[in-house]
Ligand binder design. Structure first.
Ligand code: ZN
Length: 423
């Protein structure tokens, strides 16, 4: 039976830190259960929280031990949420190790543990009401007798107000509550300086293509040659690699994106390519959210007793209209996020192509990202030289940055396509 950390690909250092912290957390629980010292337990953990907030004292090993608040950072696909979940499992593990087999591990990893709460932002940001409710529940005594764990995926998408609600909880943590935040980096754009100062940081790196391929073969039973191709094409993103290896539609979408460079034959073609890219992202996003949107709407209508005619039905309907409006707002926000994520995946693929052209123009001894379009990238390298390839790569990266900064996607993509055509 693989243990809770088995899916954390190529992150030996982080796994080591988390294992030691889990062991120290288990020791704390044993100590508080063993003696009449139970009353001393909050002090002990407060001291730990303080130790985390301050620079490590001389002679004291930084990195060991347990604390209340953690941030997992790393590029998308490096396994931030996988690491947070694995650590949560180790904290709930009856052996204190993250064995992967006991009920504590199992329920945490399958998302059904009563004391582990997962916040996954559906829209563009995590709101303050959601965060307040969560913080309140996280303050209660863990029903399993171990820890209350709150995992916030994409903590960089917290609104300012939600961030403040979370900060309050982290500043005065309930004795048995642990916050696990996931964010791309500890840059102030991603996580506020004050939250950062209260957390231990676990940096994850982009796993190598070989490590990603290995896990696809071992865990998902994918053929080695397909796994190798997908791992390279996904540029270290484990989830993306698995999707490419398994989902023919994901492969088709990638093919369409990688066909863009050779279609850019003029201004008209550049605008056509921009439209095609935007529409493909919209279609992909719509396919991913339509089903869940409809299910939510039907569930809400059932809960509200749509079509009722009894006394008070008119009042109930007024309330219902408000709730439906709320739901529609949430769904719209989720759809926007899904579109942006789909478009970003396409831009990362495209950036990989121009990166290949650049490394070939420079004759750098590195493997191409997209083995299947390597010949095309080689032709580009000859035609554009290193500078031309670099300018194009920068145009793609600028487009990603512009969309992240809320430039309308169509405008950003059109500008990019023109730059890719002109060079
Ligand atoms: Zn276990």
């Amino acid at each position: 039976m693989p243990d809770a950390f088995a899916d954390l690909v190529g992150q030996d250092e982080a796994v080591d830190t988390l294992r030691r912290a889990a062991a120290s957390a288990a020791a704390l629980l044993r100590a508080s259960a063993a003696g009449p010292a139970a009353a001393a337990e909050p002090d002990e953990l407060d001291a730990l929280a303080e130790a985390a907030a301050e620079p490590a004292a001389p002679g004291r090993e930084p990195g060991a031990g347990m604390t209340h608040a953690w941030i997992f950072t790393g590029p998308p696909g490096s396994g931030r949420s996988v690491a947070a979940r694995a650590f949560a499992a180790a904290l709930q593990c009856v052996h204190g190790t993250g064995c992967g087999a006991c009920p504590g591990c199992h329920t945490t990893l399958t998302g059904t543990h009563a004391d582990v709460r997962l916040v996954v932002p559906e829209g563009l940001s995590i709101g303050v009401n959601e965060m307040r409710a969560l913080v309140l529940r996280a303050a209660s005594t863990p029903s399993g007798g171990r820890w209350q764990v709150v995992i916030v995926e994409d903590a960089d998408r917290l609104t300012e107000a939600a961030g403040n609600a979370l900060l309050k909880a982290i500043e005065e943590p309930p004795p048995r509550t642990v916050f696990l935040l996931c964010a791309p980096s500890t840059h102030p754009d991603d996580i506020s300086v004050t939250i950062r100062s209260r957390c231990r940081v676990v940096p994850l790196r982009q796993p190598s293509a070989a490590a990603v391929a290995e896990v696809l073969v071992r865990r998902d039973g994918i053929a080695p040659d397909v796994a190798e191709w997908a791992a390279a094409a996904a540029q270290g993103h484990v989830g993306r690699a698995r999707r490419l290896a398994r989902d023919p539609e994901a492969r088709q979408r990638r093919d369409a994106v990688l066909a863009v460079p050779r279609r850019l034959t003029g201004v008209g073609a550049a605008f056509d390519a921009a439209s095609a890219l935007i529409e493909a992202a919209e279609a992909e996003a719509a396919a991913s959210v339509t089903e869940i949107d409809e299910a939510e709407r039907a569930a809400l209508q059932t809960a509200l007793g749509a079509g009722g005619t009894g006394r008070g039905a008119a009042g109930a309907m007024r309330g219902a209209a408000g709730q439906l409006k709320d739901l529609e707002k949430r769904q719209k926000s989720r759809a926007t996020r899904a579109q942006r994520d789909a478009l970003d995946r396409a831009l990362v693929d495209l950036a990989g192509f121009y990166r290949d052209a650049l490394t070939m123009a420079l004759r750098a001894p590195v493997a191409p990202v997209h083995t299947d379009t390597a010949a095309l990238a080689g032709a580009g390298a000859q035609k554009w030289d290193a500078e031309g390839a670099l300018r194009r790569l920068e145009a793609v990266l600028e487009c990603r940055a512009a969309i992240e900064a809320n430039v309308k996607p169509r405008i950003a993509v059109e500008a990019m396509m023109l730059a890719l055509w002109k060079g």
